[in-house]
Design a protein around this ligand. Structure first.
Ligand SMILES: C[C@](O)(CO)[C@H](O)COP(=O)(O)OP(=O)(O)OC[C@H]1O[C@@H](n2ccc(N)nc2=O)[C@H](O)[C@@H]1O
Ligand SMILES: Nc1ncnc2c1ncn2[C@@H]1O[C@H](COP(=O)(O)OP(=O)(O)OP(=O)(O)O)[C@@H](O)[C@H]1O
Length: 297
């Protein structure tokens, strides 16, 4: 028997970053929106813990115990006195190291798949607790939809969304290291206030109004990502010149996200971005998307 779980990528429509904390993390006001690009994680009983991966970026995904899917299986098994003898296969469609929480998606997906396979019956609260242990973005991968993340991003409050938003994602060559981007943020902005969520942004989400959301998009990590990868400014310029309502670096980058008015605009902006030569490829998607879901039982 196998269990397959589908998990979405995310974009941060607001990422307000506070000062570095004593534990090295930063307090955030992090407004997550799940988008319709998905990884699938399949869990199958095996002799021992094993991870495999397929997809265009599969060669950049670690297959050892550092993979967040493997770590999720180990954490759940340890809590329930089980040996994590499972084969986890990742069908990867989310850009790797792109600021779209691909590794986090696989962690949440493996957790849900192993819970179903082993019949551990973990409560939602226990699953969210394990997700937070795996990484700051992992609880949102489980929950999906739209949510405000506080603390280091792991404390979630679900948010209402009044319509469908259309996006184009420009995928860059190579990745950016999340810790390196936060370190560059500290270097560029050593004195920052406590992070606060924007009421205008919450209103735009609730109304499902793309023009209002475009005016409220904000990512405090964007200057740091641009400092480490100056060519991202060309990608942002190409997307807005092609008619996007707004462009922003997705999370810690280097993927850039463009909000567009409808599906037709998404197609033309994606084509223009590819033709501009400022990105490796462009993907279209919509939001909100559901969180981690079991597909087969
Ligand atoms: C940039 C975002 O993707 C926005 O959602 C997240 O804040 C990053 O979340 P993540 O990849 O799950 O990050 P984690 O695995 O928890 O942490 C990786 C590293 O990122 C930095 N980090 C992460 C989250 C946070 N609130 N403050 C930080 O400073 C720390 O250097 C940490 O060691
Ligand atoms: N299942 C996984 N898929 C992809 N990368 C993984 C996975 N598990 C661990 N990693 C490691 O994590 C690094 C970051 O990959 P990931 O795709 O999660 O980045 P990201 O989308 O920028 O994350 P975030 O948006 O949460 O900061 C990779 O370079 C890889 O070494």
């Amino acid at each position: 028997m196998s269990i397959t779980v589908r998990v979405p990528a995310k974009v941060n429509v607001q990422l307000a970053v506070g000062p570095a904390r004593p534990d090295g993390f930063h307090d955030l006001a992090n407004v997550f929106l799940a988008v319709s690009l998905y990884d699938e994680v399949t869990a199958t009983p095996a002799e021992s813990l094993r991870v495999t991966c397929e997809g265009p970026d599969a060669d950049r995904v670690p297959l050892d115990r550092t993979n967040l899917a493997a770590r999720a299986a180990e954490l759940l098994a340890a809590r329930h006195g089980i040996t994590p003898d499972v084969h986890l296969h990742i069908a990867k469609d989310i850009p790797v190291a792109g600021g779209m929480a691909g590794g986090s998606a696989d962690g949440a997906g493996a957790l849900l798949a192993c819970d179903a396979l082993w019949g551990t019956g973990a409560s939602r609260a226990e699953l969210l607790d394990i997700c937070a242990e795996l990484g700051s973005d992992v609880p949102f991968s489980l929950v999906g939809g739209a949510a405000l993340g506080t603390g280091r991003g792991e404390h979630l409050t679900e948010l209402p969304v009044g319509g469908t938003f259309h996006w184009v994602f420009a995928v860059a060559d190579g990745g950016l290291s999340t810790p390196a981007v936060y370190a560059e943020f500290d270097r560029l902005a050593p004195d920052v206030p406590a992070p606060a969520v924007s009421p205008a942004l919450l209103d735009a989400l609730r109304a499902g109004d793309p023009a209002a959301l475009a005016g409220a998009l904000a990512n405090d990590l964007q200057p740091a990502a641009l400092s480490l990868r100056p060519s991202l400014a060309d990608t942002l310029a190409a997307g807005t010149a092609a008619g996007a309502l707004a462009g922003i670096v997705s999370g810690s980058g280097p993927t850039t996200a463009f909000l567009v008015k409808d599906a037709e605009a998404a197609g033309s902006v994606a084509a223009a971005l590819v033709a501009s030569g400022t990105c490796r490829t462009a993907r279209t998607a919509t939001s909100p998307a559901p969180g981690a879901r079991v597909l087969t039982a």
